[in-house]
Design a protein around this ligand. Sequence first.
Ligand SMILES: Cc1ncc(COP(=O)(O)O)c(C=O)c1O
Length: 361
Amino acid sequence: MSIESLARPEIVAMRPYSSARKEAPAEGILLNANEAPWSLLDGVDGEALLNRYPEPQPQALVERLAELYDVQPDQVLVTRGSDEGIDLLARVFCRAGKDAILQSPPTFGMYRIAAQAQGADVVSIPRSAADGFRMQEQAVLDALQTDHRVKLVFLTSPNNPTGDVVREEFLETLLQRARDRAVVVVDEAYAEFCRQPSAASRIGGYPNLVVLRTLSKAWAAAGLRCGAVLAQPELLALLRRVIAPYPLPSPVTALALRMLQRDVLGRQLQLLQELEANKQVLLETLDGRPFVEELIAGEANFVLIRVDRATDLLAFCASRGLILRGFPGDAQLRQYIRISVGSTQDIGALAGVLDEWENQP
Ligand SMILES: Cc1ncc(COP(=O)(O)O)c(C=O)c1O
């Protein structure tokens, strides 16, 4: 069975848009794309080509990301962050009113948004707070087996906001069961912060496996909006049918390439080490405080705490310029607050505000 049989038939049948830059290389006298003949800015990254449409998939960046994530270049589609990858997947694989995604909340909120925007249903197998928010693996497998509307299964490793990783044995079982049935998406936005090997090593064996990576977190470049969808070329070909013709602005590509040069690698490793050390400081700062009822350390660059009077605490912190993440609209997480691992100064400031909260009359 081919991956096309899981996609929306309209997408499979669609003749893809062919942009000017796709049809002809950017060489020679370029009068084919209604561009201006020169740029108005000097000295900006990527400025040399600002007047020109960028490469739809910049070859140098594709190759560098393939090297970084240890896959083949034809297994990489570069996107505007993982958010775009999630959106493309929902649009390609879910028919409105007919198909569904499967997720295990609490988890990243964009899976639900992408599905709902597409008119697809959301099948949720909730994690239980009483069980440390562990994923209910058997219930996920059962839902996949019994609900034939499920076309995309979203796993997040480490999960946001609970920080736990997907067990490799479970992933293997799920991939086997999902063969010819659904696409399994492993969102590894926080993978660099944990020791678990990437699911990308399994891509060769599973045409229905997608791994999402991003430069937003461990590469300290959320502002770049640069992510990658990793999968077999046949699956990526389907996403290429609906992706915007020029997803990556040339200055973004230039900056991403500069950042992924080997001399920056040392700085990135240092960032990861410092954040790991800071996370210990953050945990020590939170541990033992009387109002912290539960402390979930997880394996990413954030922690989750359950507190008494979460809304009041969030407002108190905000009034002192300290912005934490609450979940007032989420029944599972109403009492929880997520705190990102910041700099040592940030953690010092957090400690000061929490001392003040604790010692209020
Ligand atoms: C699990 C997860 N996936 C994806 C994203 C979005 O990443 P990007 O910035 O690459 O769009 C986030 C952002 O917080 C996230 O937590």
